[in-house]
Design a protein around this ligand. Structure first.
Ligand code: PQQ
Length: 235
């Protein structure tokens, strides 16, 4: 690539970026359960059900990122991608996203033992999340990277959710919301890198389509997670 993203994307890259971004409307931000969450309409039991089930996704993220690393022959990409694992797992003296999510759950009233032992885990959520890990293990690494691009859409949802929790769910200790605050800056950094990788490696109509389909798969996976939660904790 002669130009970098910061110089401005090439015309063909712009087309692919537009096609990928067009999938924003299929993002799980539009799922009725999230719409009700962001309107302040969920009960404490529904929030607890969501937080306990979403923990399964949080646990899966570093595992799928390790699967991508294991398939990636590019040292420069691995050096940046590995940060995602430590962001979630933490390091000595630095709390990671998994611990932050456990604290969020506790702030919502779910004991950490009940998240860790999966007693609230709904089958549909387990199977959807497993499918994401399997996708990352079995697809070409560049296509697995493309599936992470839902993070292009995540910051808006994260900001809306944070505001909704602070406004409507005042029974939750605001300290517990650190996870969302951290993702506000982690997600844009991560999606920018993932987009660079996809634009550099997916340069044929076939691979562009595979990247597009990977993002559609991921959107479907996230939607299925929300369907499972919505069904288990109906309004
Ligand atoms: O709460 C959300 O709505 C949401 C969505 C997504 C996403 O769009 O995949 C991620 C996260 N959160 C998240 O916290 C996170 O760490 C994350 C990593 C990834 C990924 O695919 O690599 N997605 C997401």
């Amino acid at each position: 690539m002669t130009e970098t993203l910061t110089d401005g994307v090439r015309a063909a890259d712009g087309d692919l970026v537009d096609r990928l971004r067009s999938q924003a409307e299929r993002y799980h931000a539009a799922h009725p359960f999230h719409v009700r969450m962001n309107a302040g309409e969920l009960s404490p039991a529904q929030i607890r059900g969501w937080v306990a089930n979403r923990f399964c996704y949080q646990e899966a993220i570093p595992i799928k990122d390790a699967a991508i690393l294991s398939n990636c022959p590019d040292v420069a990409v691995r050096r940046r991608w590995i940060r995602r694992i430590t962001d979630h797992d933490g390091t000595d003296g630095q709390e990671g996203g998994i611990e932050a999510w456990l604290r969020l759950g506790e702030a919502c009233g779910v004991p950490r033992a009940e998240m860790l032992d999966h007693r609230h885990l709904v089958p549909a959520v387990r199977f959807a999340v497993d499918a994401y890990i399997t996708f990352a293990r079995t697809k070409p690494w560049t296509i697995a990277v493309a599936s992470s691009l839902t993070e292009l859409f995540a910051p808006d949802l994260m900001a809306t959710r944070l505001a909704a929790f602070e406004k409507y769910y005042t029974w939750i200790d605001p300290e517990g919301l650190t996870y969302f605050r951290n993702r506000l800056h982690q997600a844009p950094r991560d999606s920018e890198h993932a987009l660079e990788v996809v634009l550099e490696h997916c340069r044929t109509p076939e691979t562009e389509q595979q990247a597009y389909d990977a993002l559609a798969f991921k959107n479907d996976m996230l939607w299925a997670v929300m369907d499972g939660i919505d069904h288990a904790y109906p309004s």
